[in-house]
Design a protein around this ligand. Structure first.
Ligand code: AMP
Ligand code: TRP
Length: 333
């Protein structure tokens, strides 16, 4: 009888080492990854070439790459099950990005990217070409590994859709070289909003760090940030994205970092005020951070560097094989 060879689907995702990772990154991205490790072959990258789309201090960039690696580990990414590596350790990423810039990505596609418009603001003409072309590098990250599933927060959906278009266009021209990836986004928590303005996403690049709880925040600072978070008018604790966006955001954070689902929370806080609610939410956040930081503090920089070294070898092997096919297909190398 023919034996079925079981192949698991491949997952790829990454985070830029460009600022302090916050609970938005954790909820939207990392928490999904942890649960996927049992079922899939997972590859998680610290995407430092993405971080340089805006200027970085070299020492800081190197330090942050180690910090993000430790955050992956503390969150429960298991290097025995998943590949953890630094993007700049595998040269194939930038090589494939160049090829896709030529054969796959079009100016009309990139002109549609909302993140470029948001990040460059009024200074589009002086923004770097790297910031503009960054979704092509992201497509290269994904396509190098035949990733079928890309778990990200909502803000990255458009970029994964572009990676799909690029893969299809390239395959149409050169044969079935790439797997067409699919985006996966959480139902709740795909877009955690700022604590100070519920119309803006919680972001690690926001100049006001009171907008977010970072994973390595001092516990008492985090408590104060929750107590100072904006709420909506009215007195009832309700989940209503349209009329109570700030409160709905806090309920989402409460449910995901705590143990009670939103409908249960709404029931339990009937007749209670915002003050009680925020005090309890602060306790939940503090408990989450304390547990997380206890794990984080047990991981040394040396541990992280060893994991990255191992990840580099494993990732490079897969990426280099793909690059050989790509080079052959287009007639270079
Ligand atoms: P970045 O901070 O842009 O490197 O994002 C890293 C990952 O976190 C991506 O998958 C983002 O979609 C996700 N992410 C960033 N901010 C948020 C947020 N406020 N809510 C949910 N997911 C987020
Ligand atoms: N661009 C993503 C962000 O800023 C990070 C990223 C880079 C990524 N390459 C990726 C995410 C590949 C998923 C897959 O959040």
């Amino acid at each position: 009888m023919k034996k079925e060879i079981e192949t698991k689907k491949i997952i790829f995702s990454g985070i830029q080492p460009s600022g302090n990772l916050n609970i938005g990154n954790y909820i939207g991205a990392i928490s999904q990854w942890v649960n996927m490790q049992e079922k899939y072959d997972c590859i998680f990258s610290v995407v430092d070439y993405h971080a340089i789309t805006v200027k970085q201090n070299p020492d800081e960039l190197r330090r942050r790459a180690i910090e993000v690696t430790k955050i992956y580990l503390a969150a429960g990414i298991d290097p025995e099950k998943s590949i953890i590596f630094k993007q700049s350790d595998v040269a194939a990423h930038t090589e494939l990005a160049w090829i896709l810039n030529c054969y796959g990505a079009r100016i009309a596609d990139l002109n549609k990217m909302t993140q470029f418009k948001d990040k460059s603001g009024k200074n589009q003409e002086s923004a770097s070409v790297g910031l503009y072309a960054y979704p092509v590098l992201m497509a290269a990250d994904i396509l190098l590994y035949d990733a079928e599933i890309v778990p990200v927060g909502e803000d990255q959906k458009q970029h994964v859709e572009l990676a799909r278009d690029i893969a299809k266009r390239f395959n149409g021209e050169y044969g079935e070289i790439f797997v067409v990836p699919q985006v996966v986004i959480r139902k709740d928590g795909a877009r955690i909003m700022s604590l100070l303005d519920a119309s803006k996403k919680m972001s690690k690049s926001d100049s006001n760090q009171n907008n977010c709880i970072t994973l390595l925040d001092d516990i008492e600072v985090a408590r104060k940030k929750i107590m100072r978070a904006v709420t909506d008018s009215g007195i009832d604790i309700e989940y209503d994205l349209e009329n109570k966006p700030a409160l709905s955001n806090l309920l989402t954070i409460y449910a995901i970092l705590g143990t009670r689902e939103i409908p249960r929370l709404v029931k339990d806080y009937k007749g209670k005020g915002y003050g009680d609610f925020k005090k309890d939410l602060a306790d939940v956040v503090v408990k989450f951070l304390t547990d997380f930081q206890t794990k984080y503090n047990k991981i040394s920089d040396e541990d992280a560097l060893i994991i990255l070294e191992l990840g580099k070898e494993r990732a490079a092997k897969i990426a280099n094989e793909k690059m050989e096919k790509v080079r052959k297909a287009i007639g270079v190398g």
